[in-house]
Design a protein around this ligand. Structure first.
Ligand code: COA
Length: 227
């Protein structure tokens, strides 16, 4: 049983902690969070050991980075870059109720929460967050740092590009693409391709605004175009 630390102590990190405890495959050492007020406390009974840079003093621990929210969904990529850990330090966390087909593949640092399903030949990149009850169907590709929030359903052959964020309950028509770092509003129906770097909402989904979150602008080397 390997030791695991969860970077972050907010909602997604706490949900991941519960998934780790339910899976029982890793020894959960605790959370790391840059909020000093949390250091030495517990969240949901799990200790907050210190700041994120403590990963460098725990060389035997494996790591998942569980930060980000609808207003700052680039937080994971920033932390991955800042920490600069080798890929083999990253664990994948899969809740025991998730159904992952043998033909599907999950990248390092990705987290799958309860009751999600990967039906056939689904590919998830690194540091992808998949919230409860997400359904990914045949041949879907979800690139690094993407976030699929609870209840999202992807038709077959959908591509969610790098860093994109798909809001709760959104439905994506088969064969469509969500561009890099774009955001789909909760409850939206996506019927065609979404360009990179835009926020789309509604049914059918229409453009709302540019994905201009300050956090995205901080991505010095990130391009919103195809990668
Ligand atoms: C899409 C989103 C990011 C837009 O946020 P925002 O830029 O703050 O937008 P606002 O709330 O100011 O709304 C702007 C307009 O878009 C509409 N709108 C916002 N979200 C919408 C949605 N999901 N579906 C349809 N319309 C939406 C609003 O009604 C408003 O319309 P109006 O100008 O005609 O009044 C946000 O609403 C959203 O859906 N976030 C994802 C939430 C989520 O899935 N959370 C789960 C994990 S915590």
């Amino acid at each position: 049983m390997t030791g695991l630390v969860i970077v972050g102590a907010g909602g997604f990190a706490r949900e991941t902690a519960q998934a780790v405890l339910d899976a029982g495959e890793s020894k959960l050492l605790g959370h790391l969070d840059d909020n000093p007020a949390l250091h030495g406390t517990e969240v949901d009974g799990v200790p907050v050991l210190g700041g994120c840079d403590l990963v460098h003093h725990l060389p035997d621990a494996r790591v998942v980075i569980c930060v980000g929210n609808p207003r700052d969904y680039a937080a994971r990529v920033r932390l991955v870059r800042r920490l600069g850990l080798p890929t083999d330090r990253y664990a994948t966390v899969v809740h025991p109720t998730a159904v992952v087909s043998s033909t599907s593949w999950i990248g390092p640092g990705s987290v799958l929460l309860a009751h999600c399903a990967l039906t056939a030949a689904v590919r998830l990149g690194a540091h992808v967050a998949v919230m409860p009850h997400v359904v990914l169907t045949h041949d879907d590709v979800v690139e690094d740092y993407a976030t699929l929030t609870s209840g999202v359903r992807l038709g077959g052959g959908v591509r969610v590009k790098r860093g994109a964020y798909v809001g709760s309950g959104a439905l994506l028509r088969e064969g469509t693409t969500v561009g890099a770092w774009s955001q789909i509003g909760m409850g939206s129906n996506v019927l065609g391709d979404i360009p990179p770097g835009e926020v789309w909402v509604g049914s059918p989904a229409r453009p709302l605004r540019a994905a201009d979150a300050p956090a995205l602008a901080e991505l010095a080397n990130e391009q919103w175009g195809d990668r």
